[in-house]
Design a protein around this ligand. Structure first.
Ligand code: ADP
Length: 353
């Protein structure tokens, strides 16, 4: 039976670790034929460093005292290449309880360990690239503010000191410069805010019902001006990043109202449903809707589908939203029927604090 098993090396060792039997699995994993390995010491499979450190005899000693020992590490094949071995050594005794040798079972886990190492490396790379990118956005937007401030200051000086010498056209030009610098300032502020998301990392219980009430207070002017109705089902308390979650809800509700045609009364419906491991929230509106071909694009930074004259905005709210939801380990997406409305859906995992 031992001989037929070819995915495990199963061998018997004497008390000193000299090899007594050899199966097909051992031949496949370690590369030696039975004839050339029997009577050699099993130390041969260990790296020079492990041999120097006395690992083979340590393992035998441990197996002899405890009955068995488990160990994982790099081992050597006949051709000198390495494999990751998962090794169990079991002590064997005669009827008088005297140690007579060991049975040793080895599995080759090289593929698993290499896959784990690759995943770990990718994760580390990704994390450091993300940090670099955030740092870059932060520094770039921070440094952009300074020259912009100079432009604004000098436009102000021009208007103050030369105002009476300027004709209407020059005034108009200055007005355009002013407008553009303001827009630029807003964009830079948005970028800075974006790079700051996730710096505060404390999950706290957030009562979403209460959160919607505070968002409604913040949006009071928009609600009054549009006559929008907010319908809200029972919402849970979730463990979340409070400020960010509020920002997300505020943006989704405000968009829902904003992207409804002026001749239609906006109706926004907020609901939440518990799934196995997460809460699924929906913010639905009866607005202009979104063509499904744009359902990815709208979550990218500074991407907008509508003219700024028709609907104001910078195109960063949903990019913020996506980052916030992902920070919680959830997902954000949109479902929509163009002309009839959109449903923004996001999930928040049920975190334990
Ligand atoms: P902004 O609202 O500043 O334009 P967002 O990132 O919040 O930026 O949204 C990006 C774009 O997605 C919007 O410009 C709009 O075209 C579209 N959009 C967002 N929310 C809705 C909605 N509720 N209904 C229809 N379109 C929407």
């Amino acid at each position: 039976m031992m001989d037929e098993i070819d995915n495990h090396a199963i061998i018997l060792l004497d008390r000193q670790g000299y090899i007594e039997t050899w199966n097909k699995g051992a031949e496949k994993i370690k590369g030696y034929q039975a004839g050339e390995i029997i009577n050699q010491n099993f130390r041969i499979f260990y790296t020079e460093a492990d041999r120097q450190a006395g690992l083979p005899s340590q393992l035998l000693a441990e197996a002899a005292t405890a009955g068995k020992v488990y160990h994982e590490g790099w081992r050597l094949r006949k051709d000198g290449s390495r494999f990751w071995g998962a090794v169990t050594i079991v002590a064997s005794y005669n009827e008088q309880d005297v140690l007579i040798g060991f049975a040793k079972i080895t599995r080759d886990l090289t593929e698993r360990i290499e896959a784990e190492t690759t995943i770990k490396l990718h994760a580390q790379n990704l994390e450091s690239q993300n940090k670099e990118l955030e740092q870059f956005v932060y520094i770039a937007s921070h440094d952009l503010q300074e020259p912009l401030l100079n432009v604004s200051n000098f436009v102000e000086l021009l208007q103050l000191e030369y105002g009476d010498k300027l004709d209407e056209t020059a005034e108009m030009y200055l007005g355009v410069i002013n407008h553009c610098t303001h827009r630029m300032r807003d964009l830079i502020k948005d970028l800075l805010d974006y790079s700051r998301i996730g710096r505060r990392k404390a999950l706290v219980p957030v009562d979403c019902q209460h959160l919607v009430d505070t968002v409604k207070e913040d949006l009071a002017t928009q609600l009054r001006q549009t006559g929008a109705v907010i319908q809200c089902g029972a919402l849970p308390t979730v463990n979340a990043y409070a400020i960010e979650l509020r920002q997300l809800l505020q943006n989704l509700i405000s968009n829902a109202i904003k992207f409804t045609p002026a001749d239609r009364k906006p109706v926004v419906t907020i609901s939440a449903r518990l799934h196995d491991h997460h809460w699924q929230f929906t913010v639905a509106d009866n607005g202009i809707g979104i063509d499904p071909s744009h359902s990815e694009k709208i979550f990218k930074i500074f991407q907008r589908l509508n003219d700024r004259d028709a609907y104001e905005g910078n195109g960063i709210g949903l990019a913020h939203g996506k980052k916030i939801v992902e920070l919680h380990g959830g997902a954000l997406w949109v479902e929509s029927t163009p002309g009839q409305g959109s449903r923004f859906v996001f999930t928040i995992p049920v975190h334990t604090l």
